[in-house]
Design a protein around this ligand. Structure first.
Ligand SMILES: [Zn+2]
Length: 94
């Protein structure tokens, strides 16, 4: 599963991804931030995972394609270590 287009709407705080099967996914910036998959946020075990709150107003400032399997998303709270794999975006963030 590969994105064919990624559109960021800061005014609406949402990100849209078109996939190569002609479907489109829509993600709220807040949801992407609180579900950040990086080791800092998730910890090494489920027990270590942080509950991230207070990100209602967070915005995506930059999106970078990583190879053909993930995007790295930067947020305006300075957080930029989350690698969101396409599989994760497709199946785990709803
Ligand atoms: Zn993180």
């Amino acid at each position: 599963m590969t994105p064919t287009a990624i559109r960021n709407f800061n005014a609406d705080a949402r990100l849209e991804i078109d996939w190569d099967d002609d479907s489109t996914s829509c993600y709220a910036h807040e949801l992407l931030r609180v579900q950040c998959p990086c080791a800092d946020c998730r910890g090494h075990t489920p027990e270590q995972a942080k509950i991230i709150t207070g990100k209602e107003d967070v915005r995506v400032t930059h999106i970078e394609l990583i190879g053909n399997y993930a995007v790295r998303i930067e947020f305006d709270d300075g957080h930029n270590t989350g690698l969101y794999t396409f599989t994760h975006l497709r199946h785990q963030i709803l």
